[in-house]
Design a binder for this molecule. Structure first.
Ligand code: ZN
Length: 285
C-alpha cells in the first residue's frame, strides 16, 4: 500500500447512515485526511445561498446528499446546520465537506479535526491508535459535559440518542471527573493573576484528570501552564511546558497546523511569549 492511498473508507454504519472506517491500522497523531470544503457558510444567508448556487454540479450533488436533521429548516440551511464544521475553535463561520461531514459521533472520539487556515482545508488527525476496521469517530460536543448534558446537547442539536461506548455504560466516576475538570479549568485563569502557583496546580490536576478519561483535549492546558510561567518569568519551567505544548499540538494538528510555528517559537525561546515577564518574577516549579 502506498502512502497516498486513503487510510479510510466511507460505508454503511449500521443504524447511523454512512460512516468512516479505517482500512489499515492508524497511529496516534497521523493525519487521516486534509479536505477542502464543498462550501463556506456564514450567518449571512444570502451570501451562503450564493455560495451554494455557485458550487459545481458534482459538489452540489455531494452537498445535497448529506444528512439534514433540521427538517423544519429549508434544505440547504438544514444541511449546513447539521454538517457545518467551524473554521477554528471560536469561529462563527463554518464549512461543509464531502467526506469530513460524514464522520459519525462518539462522546470519546478517536480523531480530532482542525481548520488549517494556511491550506484552507480541514485536517483530521488520529488522537488514539485506530485499528483497521474500526469506525473513525469525532465528537460533536462542547467540551466537559456530563452524560445528561451530552444527551441533551445531541438531542437538541443533532436529533439522535447517543449509544456510544461511553453513553451505553454510564459511569458516575467519569461524570465526576468531567465536573472537576470544568471547575479546575475555570480556576486556572481566575487564579493566574494573584495565585500563579495555585493556578499551575490546577493545570496539573486537569492534565491528570484528562489522562484518567482518555487524554483528549490537553493541548490548551499545556498552553496555560506555559503562559503562566512565562508571565511570571520562570523561564526554566516555561521551557518544560512549551516542550509539552509543542509535542501535544503536533499530535492534534501536525507540523502544518496553524499554531505550529508559534508553539515552536515558544519551545525554542520561552521568553518569546507576548506577555513574558509582565508579572513580578516568581519561581513556580
Ligand atoms: Zn455518547
Amino acid at each position: 500500500m502506498t502512502a497516498q492511498e486513503p487510510s479510510y473508507v466511507l460505508k454503511d454504519a449500521p443504524g447511523k447512515g454512512m460512516g468512516m472506517f479505517a482500512t489499515r491500522d492508524i497511529k496516534r497523531g497521523e493525519c487521516i485526511l486534509s479536505e477542502k470544503p464543498l462550501v463556506f457558510a456564514t450567518r449571512n444567508f444570502v451570501r451562503t445561498q450564493l455560495a451554494i448556487d455557485a458550487m459545481t454540479e458534482p459538489d452540489k450533488t455531494s452537498f445535497f446528499a448529506l444528512h439534514n436533521v433540521h427538517s423544519d429548516v429549508p434544505t440547504a440551511f438544514g444541511i449546513v446546520r447539521t454538517n457545518g464544521l467551524p473554521l477554528g475553535a471560536k469561529a462563527v463561520d463554518c464549512a461543509v465537506y464531502k467526506v469530513m461531514s460524514r464522520i459519525n459521533h462518539a462522546c470519546a472520539p478517536n480523531v480530532h479535526h482542525t481548520w488549517n487556515s494556511k491550506k484552507k482545508k480541514e485536517d483530521l488527525h488520529a488522537i488514539q491508535d485506530i485499528a483497521s476496521g474500526d469506525e473513525i469517530l469525532t465528537s460533536y460536543l462542547e467540551p466537559f459535559l456530563v452524560r445528561e448534558e451530552r444527551m441533551e446537547f445531541l438531542r437538541k442539536n443533532f436529533k439522535f440518542e447517543c449509544h456510544c461506548s461511553l453513553c451505553a455504560a454510564p459511569s458516575p466516576e467519569y461524570d465526576l471527573t468531567v465536573k472537576r475538570v470544568k471547575i479546575c479549568s475555570d480556576l486556572i485563569m481566575t487564579c493566574a493573576s494573584s495565585h500563579p502557583r495555585k493556578s499551575i496546580q490546577f493545570v496539573r490536576e486537569v492534565l491528570a484528570l484528562l489522562d484518567s478519561i482518555g487524554g483528549e483535549g490537553k493541548t490548551p492546558f499545556y498552553y496555560d501552564g506555559y503562559q503562566i510561567c512565562a508571565m511570571y518569568g520562570d523561564y526554566t519551567f516555561a521551557q518544560e511546558w512549551a516542550n509539552l505544548l509543542l509535542e501535544s499540538y503536533l499530535m492534534d494538528a501536525g507540523e502544518d497546523g496553524d499554531e505550529y510555528e508559534r508553539y515552536l517559537r515558544y519551545s525554542k525561546n520561552p521568553r518569546s511569549h507576548e506577555r513574558a515577564g509582565c508579572a513580578p518574577r516568581q519561581i513556580l516549579s
